[in-house]
Design a protein around this ligand. Structure first.
Ligand code: PXP
Length: 380
């Protein structure tokens, strides 16, 4: 991963958040493929570094170490104790102050130096402001969209009307999710036409419709007008979507589907495996987005295989982003394997379903039993 973060500050720091922050800043600056080291240290640590490398006494807030290596930008060392003091004095949050110091350190690594005179100081301040504004515009953390198909799967098991994915969509939004995802399958095994119609009406955030690129589905999407369509492959026998869309082999027909959806005013994402051929083909279809299939990463049998799949996703996310595609990710992500991906700055949205519904069935079980007990015992 291009950004490596080490925390020796003795304070809890979200490595995921700062790794992503640094990654977004590098990308904004056009340095997305450069490696950066970010070290959080305490007052003692930075005092030592300050003395050892610069012969200066006492602590400071940030120090940059540029590297000569063409692939490595350098290291930024931030003193979290000093950042916390400055945050208090400046009436800002620690995270905000750390962000300012990171930007300052990065500006140094990009060759700016305010100590060389007024003109240099003005130029550096301008650069820092530009980076800060772009970071805010870009939005720091990825969006989370929740797939409610699995609620519908439980409903369909009894053929009745509960639990209702429409209510689930409302709860998902109330909980703060950035969007709702439904997959209307050709065989209607979980989500039904009625569900998507009502969910489209009630969702106030964003609705993603996952679907196969068939005439029927393109017709439904064109009437429904979801905020985005994600084209997925569909096999009747599969338990869930098994692999990415083979855009490389189906480029013409996918491009045609993308065009028809665009004609209906709907942006399109393509669900693809993290493979260079698939991503290059995706960019040629005119789609504005890809969703990286994270199944191989999620199902990796061991740590080494998972590391390999992770690195592949990082590489492919960078490649897609360079080609001008927005990058989403999903499939098989759960409470153990998501945080690592959330630090990948090119991934701007996650689509997660099964793990959230599975967790809900357990964390909600106690309350559900208590409510039924109250009815049975007459204490309701
Ligand atoms: N993205 C796509 C394209 C999918 O088909 C699915 C599965 O419905 C998901 C994301 C979510 O996967 P999971 O339910 O494993 O979180």
């Amino acid at each position: 991963m291009p950004v490596e973060v080490v925390n020796q500050s003795g304070r809890p720091m979200s490595l995921c958040r700062y790794r992503r922050m640094a990654g977004v800043l590098l990308r904004i600056a056009g340095l997305g493929h450069m490696h950066l080291g970010l070290l959080f240290t305490d007052a003692r640590g930075i005092t030592k570094i300050n003395r050892q490398w610069f012969g200066r006494q006492g602590p400071t807030n940030v120090i940059s170490f540029p590297m000569e290596d063409p692939g490595i930008l350098g290291d930024v060392v931030i003193c979290v104790d000093r950042a916390a003091e400055e945050a208090e004095q400046g009436l800002t949050t620690l995270e905000n102050r750390v962000m300012e110091l990171l930007i300052h350190g990065l500006a140094h690594l990009m060759g700016e130096d305010h100590e060389l005179g007024d003109e240099h100081a003005r130029r550096m301040a301008e650069k820092e402001l530009e980076l800060r504004d772009s970071l805010i515009m870009e939005g720091l953390m990825a969006d989370l969209c929740i797939n409610v198909d699995h609620i519908a799967t439980i409903r369909q098991a009894r053929g009745g009307n509960e639990p209702d994915p429409v209510l689930a969509a409302g709860i998902v939004e109330l909980a703060g999710a950035d969007g709702v995802v439904v997959h209307l399958r050709e065989d209607r095994r979980h989500i039904q036409d009625r569900d998507v119609r009502i969910i489209r009406e009630v969702v106030k955030t964003r609705l993603t419709l996952e679907m196969a690129a068939t005439d029927e589905m393109i017709g439904i999407a064109s009437d429904l007008k979801p905020d985005i369509v994600t084209l997925v492959p569909e096999k009747r026998q599969e338990l869930t979507t098994e692999g990415g869309l083979d855009v490389k082999s189906l480029e013409d027909s996918v491009a045609d589907a993308v065009k028809r959806l665009h004609d209906a005013g709907i942006p399109v994402s393509l669900f693809v495996d993290p493979e260079p051929d698939q991503i290059e083909a995706s960019s040629r279809t005119g789609a504005e987005c890809i969703e990286i299939h994270t199944g191989r990463y999620a199902d990796a049998p061991g740590a080494a295989e998972q590391d390999m799949e992770f690195e592949q996703i990082v590489k492919m996310a960078g490649m897609a982003s360079d080609l001008g595609l927005r990058v989403h990710a999903g499939h098989g992500l759960n409470y153990m394997n998501t945080a690592r991906l959330a630090a990948v700055s090119e991934i701007v949205e996650f689509s997660i379903g099964h793990a959230v519904v599975a967790r809900a069935s357990l964390v909600g079980l106690e309350r559900a039993v208590r409510e039924m007990l109250a009815l049975v015992k007459g204490t309701a």
